[in-house]
Design a protein around this ligand. Structure first.
Ligand SMILES: Nc1nc2c(ncn2[C@@H]2O[C@H](COP(=O)(O)OP(=O)(O)OP(=O)(O)O)[C@@H](O)[C@H]2O)c(=O)[nH]1
Ligand SMILES: [Mg+2]
Length: 399
């Protein structure tokens, strides 16, 4: 079963109009994610960033810092470029295996809750004291005050003064969580004029590079031509890590020597992708704590510089959140949203965390699209986000 659906092989009327410079093209509204985006002012100080001549190597070439130059392929722009549409599939019976994976991943979260439910509701009617205790418990499980209050309100409405079971609480919890997350369940839409530019941001170690690698693998398997960009120019190991993922994916890979300007590399990559007719550019960035102003400024610069090449880009700014950090995810979302206009969220490490409930708080406060969740380190461990599955797994219920 494919995790993504690409629209290859069909002419898309939203494709690039060759008569219009890409800079002047407007993405159709439906091509854009939710309009939760920060629009930095153009900064003339950045005009010194010059396009560099590096070219993407062919997919089967050994990816490297300076790929052997290839002649440009103007024909890629003369004929309609097939547009990839990366969408999550609707949950089907075949996705049961995936649910089992998520459920076992979220077991720590769900068993923490279920132990608590058992304690609170053993031999007890649903009275005010029990409701209060339950609410505290849900808050402690990183669900946030608002969602916790809705769960208890629902139980109070349906079951007040009655004997209630564990299952009643779980169903109420799953229902509220699914409703909260439902509007955020959105596929990563890669339709629109190529190349689509995707920036991966987040704090140190949240899973950016791994997630980018997983997505690159899925996309290239569906036939997309991808350029991966080692925008973490601080650490050699980070460059190497992405290069390995890119080889695995058969994606073109671009990097620059350690210490180089990440924004310049990003600009170069977008220019290369346009020249080469690549479908998408996936740009990794260095991890940065959300309270480090200088580093957050570097992200702003990357976005500004990319916009000089294509004012509609980056088309997605994906915030990669580590599912084990709990409520700290909120301040991360706030800071990255302000700095670089996050358009969507991916939560990783949901395999084995007791803090998975934090996703509910992020959804509640910021309403950002949630595209995927990470449930392991391997390339298959990336799931299209399903609000219902997440909610049921969190509540310890079957699919
Ligand atoms: N269990 C688990 N581990 C993950 C997941 N995603 C990433 N990891 C691991 O988390 C660690 C950090 O992942 P990276 O992809 O290097 O994180 P990063 O955000 O790029 O890190 P920096 O570049 O240092 O900021 C690695 O060991 C990954 O294998 C996941 O969904 N589940
Ligand atoms: Mg990294």
């Amino acid at each position: 079963m494919s995790w993504f659906r690409f629209g290859f092989g069909k002419k898309d009327e939203k494709q690039k109009d060759e008569a219009t410079p890409p800079e002047a093209q407007e993405a159709a509204p439906e091509d854009r994610p939710e309009p939760i985006r920060y629009t930095p002012d153009p900064d003339p100080a950045d005009t010194d960033v010059a396009p560099l001549p590096a070219l993407a190597p062919p997919p089967d070439a050994d990816p490297g810092v300076s790929a052997a130059p290839e002649p440009p392929k103007p024909e890629a722009h003369d004929t309609p470029v097939e547009t990839p549409v990366v969408r999550a599939e609707a949950p089907t019976p075949e996705s049961k295996g995936l649910f089992a994976r998520l459920a076992s991943g979220l077991k720590k979260s769900s068993s923490r809750l279920s132990e608590a439910f058992t304690t609170v509701f053993a031999r007890r009617k649903l009275d005010d004291a029990a409701l209060e205790e339950l609410e505290e418990l849900l808050i402690a499980a990183d669900l946030g005050a608002a969602a916790a209050a809705r769960v208890t309100a629902r139980l109070a409405r349906d079951k007040f003064d009655a004997e209630i079971t564990d299952a009643d609480v779980r169903e109420a919890l799953a229902g509220v969580v699914a409703e909260t997350l439902q509007p955020c369940e959105q596929p990563l839409d890669m339709s629109g004029p190529a190349p689509r530019v995707v920036l991966f941001v987040g704090v140190n170690g949240s899973g950016k590079t791994t997630t980018l690698g997983k997505i690159a693998v899925k996309m290239t398997r569906e036939g997309a031509s991808i350029i991966t960009v080692a925008g973490d120019t601080f650490r050699a190991a980070a460059v190497e890590q992405l290069e390995i993922w890119s080889q695995r994916a058969g994606a073109n890979f671009m990097s620059r020597p350690i210490g180089s300007d990440a924004a310049g590399l990003a600009y170069d990559a977008v220019e290369t992708a346009r020249r080469e007719g690549a479908d998408a550019v996936l740009i990794d960035t260095a991890g940065r704590l959300q309270n480090k102003a200088e580093l957050m400024d570097e992200l702003r610069k990357i976005v500004r510089v990319i916009r000089k090449m294509d004012e509609t880009a980056p088309h997605h700014v994906l915030l990669v959140l580590d599912g084990t950090v709990g409520s700290n995810a909120l301040s991360q979302a706030e800071a990255f949203l302000e700095a670089c206009g996050v358009t969507g969220v991916i939560m990783t490490k949901l395999d084995g965390t007791a803090k998975g409930g934090a996703l509910v708080q992020v959804a509640e406060r910021y309403g950002l699209p949630i595209h995927f969740i990470g449930v392991g380190e391997g390339e298959a461990d990336l799931q299209a986000f399903s609000a219902r599955d997440f909610a049921r797994a969190l509540a310890g219920l079957d699919a």
